[in-house]
Design a protein around this ligand. Structure first.
Ligand code: BTN
Length: 261
């Protein structure tokens, strides 16, 4: 991936103002944190890599990151939010991803809290990490992995237990995707939603996410460290908590876990 080829398609105001592209890194989230430590900490800085040797997923999982196929991107945001509100940036990234997929004619679904699926199969995930000082958010690193040109054979061969639940944009479209263009479109979309956040605040992003997610008022099951909690979603607050009304009538507050289908 080349910086200029990405820049050619950029229309962003803030996100991607500083753009670093690598061939191989451990994890783009870590590289971004190193850059921040060295003072390259402008709001909207983006790191992209062709491959990652130790790509990370949520909850300590690994994110398989072969070269030449996918997108691994981390974006730095420096908003005025409390640490509890940082989930809003996971929501912001999910909204941006859904919008970009839709421009490719692909109807993507959000799986709470941070997976993007198409036809029940995962195509993208978001890993939000934060740096705090004195209890306040200093920075947020939003790491996004997107399966772009991952072929079926690769998924079958390398992804064993999750192969049935994984897809890529090229599989869905039946053709190769231009990764630089997709990358720029994602940066543009992140920039638009970040603009919305700056103009209209946290709740506006939560509301946009809720609309795209579509599960308020519906029953879902969430696996929280092995305990499955089922209930009707009453609401989602600005900190990303889910409020589930169980069959027994209790209101359970859930912050993290995995939706079970
Ligand atoms: C998940 O679904 O568990 C989140 C996956 C996040 C993967 C991305 S790829 C770019 C960034 N760097 C990482 O090491 N992880 C995120």
């Amino acid at each position: 991936m080349e910086v200029l080829r990405i820049r050619n398609h950029l229309q962003a105001e803030k996100v991607g103002g500083q753009l670093f592209v690598f061939n191989e890194v451990g994890s783009t989230n870590d590289v971004l944190r190193e850059l921040i430590a060295e003072g390259s900490d402008a709001d909207g800085t983006v790191v992209v890599s062709d491959s990652q040797t130790v790509g990370r997923g949520r909850l300590g999982r690994k994110w398989l990151s072969p070269g030449g196929m996918n997108l691994y991107l981390s974006a730095l945001f420096r908003p005025q939010v409390s640490p509890q509100e940082s989930s809003v940036f996971t929501f912001l990234a999910s909204c941006a991803l859904v919008e970009v997929f839709s421009a490719y004619g692909v109807d993507a679904e959000i799986k709470w809290p941070n997976d993007i699926l198409v036809g029940g199969k995962k195509i993208s995930g978001v890993l939000t990490e934060l740096g705090t000082s004195d209890g306040a958010v200093n920075y947020l690193v939003i790491g996004i992995g997107v399966n772009l040109n991952l072929p079926e054979e690769f998924i079958r061969r390398e992804m064993e237990d999750i192969s049935e639940k994984t897809t890529s944009l090229s599989i869905l479209l039946g053709e190769e995707v231009n990764r630089e263009k997709f990358c720029a479109e994602l940066i543009n979309a992140l920039d638009r939603f970040y603009g919305e956040f700056r103009r209209r605040g946290t709740q506006a992003i939560v509301d946009m996410w809720i609309e795209r997610w579509g599960f308020v008022g519906r029953e879902i099951s969430v696996d929280v460290s092995g305990e499955v909690i089922s209930g009707v979603v009453e609401r989602v607050d600005a900190t990303g908590f889910l409020y589930l009304r169980t069959d027994e009538g209790d209101l359970r507050k859930v912050i993290t876990g995995d939706t079970v289908f």
